[in-house]
Design a binder for this molecule. Structure first.
Ligand SMILES: *[C@@H]1O[C@H](CO)[C@@H](O)[C@H](O)[C@H]1NC(C)=O
Ligand SMILES: *[C@@H]1O[C@H](CO)[C@@H](O)[C@H](O)[C@H]1NC(C)=O
Length: 188
């Protein structure tokens, strides 16, 4: 009886191994993503600090921020419209939602952590995530695109930001964004 059980046990192990070996290995399935392609997106970002329809608010600051000429320690939260042209009435492409913080004690420099949420055109419903350093008074600032969703799954690239207009009394700004992004023609 014991002998029979031992044989049966060995048989069961072999059957189990064969069974799993013949299963389609779900966990190792190769994703089909199509060809890698580069897209270029151009839009204007409207940051309204003061006015009728404010799009950016101060969410936090440190006790020492009020003594800092560079506003060190301020955290702003934004929900800024992105438009095709520089005019605020220009067609809406999406929104830049996220935050920026004043991170330099020497100069006005920002850390941006923003999602571009596209609401029209080819990329409607897709997003791109930007995390990077923004020295706002430099003529051209480059920020990395670190990922995306929807049509931008696996995306990476860079955004070049150039101030189109800046009002020194209100701090309201319109910024041109020129985004170059590497992504796939048929993401999973
Ligand atoms: C503010 O928003 C309202 C409602 O969307 C709009 O009618 C108005 O033109 C906006 N004002 C400015 C200054 O953009
Ligand atoms: C956008 O940036 C690319 C470089 O990444 C440059 O070749 C192109 O001229 C720029 N386009 C505009 C409209 O600024």
């Amino acid at each position: 009886m014991i002998e029979l059980n031992r044989h049966f046990g060995a048989f069961a192990v072999v059957v189990t191994i064969i069974f799993f070996a013949l299963q389609p290995t779900e966990w190792a399935t190769k994703l089909k993503v199509g060809k890698e392609k580069v897209s270029n997106l151009q839009f204007y970002f409207h940051d309204t600090v003061v006015g009728q329809n404010v799009t950016v608010v101060e969410a936090a600051s440190a006790a020492s921020t009020k003594n800092s000429p560079t506003f060190f320690g301020t955290v702003m939260v934004m929900d800024d419209p992105l438009t095709e042209g520089p005019e605020p009435t220009s067609k809406l492409s999406g929104r830049a939602q996220g935050l920026y913080a004043m991170i330099s004690q020497q100069d006005i420099q920002l850390l941006m952590a923003v999602t571009y949420v596209f609401q029209s055109g080819e990329f409607k419903g897709s997003t791109l995530s930007v995390v990077g350093h923004n020295a706002v008074f430099n003529e051209v600032r480059e920020m990395p695109i670190v990922g995306g969703s929807g049509k931008f799954r696996f995306a990476r690239g860079y955004a070049l930001a150039q101030t189109y207009s800046f009002d020194l009394t209100t701090d309201n700004a319109v910024v041109h964004y020129n985004v170059t992004v590497l992504h796939y023609s048929s993401p999973p």
